[in-house]
Design a protein around this ligand. Structure first.
Ligand SMILES: O=C(CO)[C@@H](O)[C@@H](O)COP(=O)(O)O
Length: 237
């Protein structure tokens, strides 16, 4: 039996309200950065039930309602689910990718935000099943190496989520290109995952253009490591 939101402590309900505001606002970034057409993308954020205890199996997630265009999204329209993807609060059905988002949260406690788009260049790399090589300093900064390819998986059960986790566990990348489908990104929160989606599309496009002019040059692994360490630990501090 899925507990309804009004059975949760007030502190959780307050955290859900804040998360609805964040997730609703971040959905506007998807069309803003040219990452989606129509409704073909979604953002979620983990709602930690007990911040003092950190992420847990009783956490909730907030995600967009399925099939709703971005100009119609409001905080109130956001849907709340448990980490099994079961509806806890919401007038509409949750995103069709909720199972994938929930699987990531269950299996990667360090992840606080998940994004899925069908952005053109990243999805073109996914269609070909080829990882995006780390040939730009911006890639070393944000991805710490190539953007990996995840397995082909049908929507509707844990298959996509399992493919995301199995691929990203072995990579520094916050983005994975699910073969024949498109990018999924993760982050410490939804904003970080949206940034990863924006940067994933940017480097996929740039490297595609570079490939039209010739073979891009590799970056030595030691330099990739140095760039990644600086960007992740120094940049913007
Ligand atoms: O990729 C797919 C469907 O194949 C979904 O991500 C996309 O249509 C968005 O669906 P939702 O509107 O989030 O349910």
């Amino acid at each position: 039996m899925t507990a309804q939101l009004d059975t949760y402590p007030q502190a959780v309900r307050d955290a859900v309200a804040r998360t609805r505001e964040v997730v609703s606002a971040l959905h506007a970034e998807l069309p803003r950065w040219g990452l989606v057409v129509w409704t073909a993308g979604n953002v979620s954020q983990r709602v930690v039930v007990d911040p003092a205890a950190g992420p847990g199996e009783h956490d909730l997630l907030v995600i967009k309602p399925s099939g709703v265009t971005y100009d119609e999204l409001t905080p109130e329209a956001m849907v709340v689910c448990d980490l099994d993807g079961e509806l806890v609060d919401g007038e509409r059905s949750p995103s069709s990718d909720t199972a994938a988002h929930a699987y990531v949260y269950r299996n990667m406690p360090e992840v606080g935000g998940v994004v899925h788009t069908h952005s053109t260049y990243a999805t073109a790399w996914a269609a070909r099943g080829e990882e995006v090589p780390c040939v730009l300093t911006m890639m070393a900064d944000e991805f710490g190496g190539p953007i990996p390819i995840g397995p082909f998986a049908l929507i509707g059960d844990d298959s996509i989520g399992r493919g995301i986790v199995e691929t990203l566990r072995g990579s520094r990348s916050p983005a994975v290109l699910m073969r024949n489908h498109g990018p999924f990104t993760i982050g410490k929160d939804a904003k970080a995952a949206v940034k990863a989606a924006v940067m994933c599309e940017e480097v996929a496009r740039t490297i595609h253009v570079a490939r039209q002019l010739g073979e891009p040059l590799p970056i030595a692994q030691a330099d990739v490591d140095s760039l990644y360490d600086r960007y992740q630990n120094v940049y913007g501090r």
